[in-house]
Ligand binder design. Structure first.
Ligand code: NAP
Length: 525
């Protein structure tokens, strides 16, 4: 089976034998993909000429209605997405739910909140700026949907959510989308696009799909397009420095690697509620999606006197975790996505081992449920410990994109903040403490280098949304190494797909444009 691409409102098979998609638990080939010989420039032009204009004729509410229909179609096919997640990602039910249900929830969320913008066609920002003595000439800022295409180059770990969390705000903005899922796991995004196309919800050119490497994609982007990339920092640097992207000042949003931190505050002794909550969170983060989440906790900072107790508590739980083929319902931890990722994880793990003690796991050979280690791509859940985090380098620098985390001892809040900052910009940090002074010091010390901070005290307890869980109402993204991008955050996400401009003119002109606009205040409410 070679999965076709969807361009110019038609399914088109790429040339050549294509690249295989593989089941990471069995090594079996599932399908093939190819982007060879596709007319990508023509497809982008088709979207700009056909998809965009039809979408932009609709109001925000009408586009929100389209998203609602998409949400219904995706919900109706949820079981099939779980099946593909199992085959192509080795996903347990919990892993599949995180991606698939997260995707569906996000589409429905934007369908719901998009209605607040009502019949607007663009956005009016701020008050009128007087520019003349009598007030006959003044300025008004607006934001208008771009007339280009939103191009999504996505990572392998969230084929469903990665597509939907970007497509929902773009389509709500009136901007057509072209998604290029990561090659190894393209099947799930392919199926979702196929279902949306078959349901005939969107106008031709509103959604396009390229499965395969498509390395020349960026050579065809133009000034009005937007590139939204998720993946490794190395590829991000290549995307940013693409000559065509630079020459045309194409807007680029990047979500990349992140060495995320979780912090146990002082005074959270073993047996306390917060100690228990962070143990639970660390376990979830290590095992869910086999640690292949951009937001996964990579470093767990604990007061030095709690290091041993914390490592024992997490290890005790890890001991009961079964790793293997998720077709067996006893399995808690699935594989990483393929042999190449397994090799990358083991290489990164060796770098961490050079500076850290192995507390749990760390073996290349370990017991697997219903899987052949030669054919599959598993990594043993591994907990490491670092006594001297200030002197360590790799702990703050090497992202092992798998079920691996490092405990780091700290002695005071200054050292703690300094170490979190050595991640050089992260997506998320979580702080578990009842000490409000400590919480404030930590938040203020690291906020400029973190996109999201989760603060948990006893009053919040288990009601927090989770360290690794990205909720569509809150910002996803982080500065520096994490890419500097911003996604979600409710209707703020629409800003990426709109362009700000100001009109300086008479009141009649400004009033006419204002009548077409929803107020940007709604975006921040
Ligand atoms: P990757 O190797 O950087 O690939 C990401 C995407 O870029 C894939 O679709 C890939 O296509 C494409 N690509 C690679 N080189 C390209 C080029 N020269 N021009 C255009 N496209 C190119 O990353 P990955 O291995 O899929 O994902 C893992 C990484 O993503 C992790 O480091 C993780 O931290 C990060 N991540 C971040 C977030 C976030 O929201 N911040 C979320 C998930 C993952 P092919 O697959 O066809 O090569």
């Amino acid at each position: 089976m070679k999965l076709p691409n969807y361009l110019c409102g038609e399914w088109t098979e790429g040339a050549g034998p294509g690249e295989p998609l593989v089941d990471p638990a069995t090594g079996d080939e599932l399908a093939r993909i190819s982007s060879q010989g596709l007319d990508i420039a023509g497809a982008l032009e088709f979207s700009r000429a056909h998809g965009g204009p039809v979408l932009r004729q609709l109001s925000y509410t009408q586009r929100a209605d389209l998203l609602a229909k998409m949400g219904e179609v995706l919900s109706a096919n949820r079981d099939e997405y779980f099946r593909i997640s199992l085959l192509n990602l080795g996903a347990t039910k919990a892993d599949a739910s995180f991606d698939v249900d997260g995707a569906i929830y996000t589409v429905k969320y934007y369908a719901k909140i998009g209605r607040a913008l009502a019949e607007g066609r663009m956005l009016k920002e701020g008050a009128v700026a007087p520019l003349s003595k009598t007030g006959v000439f003044s300025g008004q800022h607006f934001l208008v949907p771009t007339q280009g295409v939103a191009i999504f180059i996505n990572a392998f770990n969230f084929p469903a959510w990665g597509f939907c969390e970007k497509a929902a705000p773009a389509l709500l903005s009136g901007v057509p989308v072209l998604v290029k899922p990561a090659s190894p796991t393209a099947w799930l995004a392919h199926k979702m696009v196929e279902d949306i196309v078959n349901a005939n919800i969107l106008p031709p050119g509103a959604v396009s799909l390229v499965c395969g490497s498509a390395r020349e994609l960026l050579d065809h982007v133009r000034e009005e397009d937007i590139v939204s990339f998720t993946g490794s920092a190395d590829t991000a640097a290549r995307i940013r420095s693409n000559a065509n992207v630079l020459r045309r000042s194409v807007r680029v949003n990047i979500e990349a690697d992140s060495i995320n931190s979780a912090i146990l505050g002082p005074g959270c002794a073993p047996g306390s509620d917060l100690f228990g909550l962070l143990v639970k969170e660390a376990l979830k983060e290590l095992t869910l999606k086999a640690g292949q989440k951009c937001t996964t906790i990579r470093r767990i900072f604990v007061p030095r006197q709690n290091l041993k107790a914390f490592s024992e508590a997490v290890s005790a739980q890890l001991r009961s975790m079964k790793v293997g083929n998720a077709r067996n319902s006893e399995v808690n931890v699935g594989p990483v996505v393929n042999k190449a990722q397994q090799a990358a994880c083991l290489e990164g793990l060796n770098k961490l081992k050079a500076e850290c003690a192995v507390v749990f796991g760390g073996n290349e050979n370990f017991p697997l449920v219903d899987a052949d280690p030669q054919k599959s791509a598993f990594v043993q859940p591994t907990l490491l410990a670092c006594e001297n985090g200030l002197a360590a380098k790799n702990v703050h620098d090497v992202e092992v994109f798998g079920p691996v985390a490092t405990l780091v001892a700290y002695d005071n809040v200054q050292d703690l903040v300094a170490m979190t900052r050595r991640g050089r910009g992260s997506l998320v940090a979580s702080v578990f403490s009842n000490d409000s002074n400590f919480l404030q010091q930590v938040v203020l010390g690291m906020a400029d280098l973190h996109g999201r901070i989760v603060a948990v005290d006893s009053s919040v307890g288990a009601q927090h949304t989770g360290h690794g869980n990205v909720v569509p109402s809150c910002l996803h993204g982080g500065p520096g190494r994490a890419g500097g991008g911003e996604e979600l955050a409710g209707l703020r996400a629409l800003l990426l797909y709109h362009r700000r401009f100001v009109v300086q003119g008479p009141a009649s002109t400004l009033d006419g444009l204002s009548a077409l606009s929803a107020d940007t205040n709604l975006i921040y409410s």
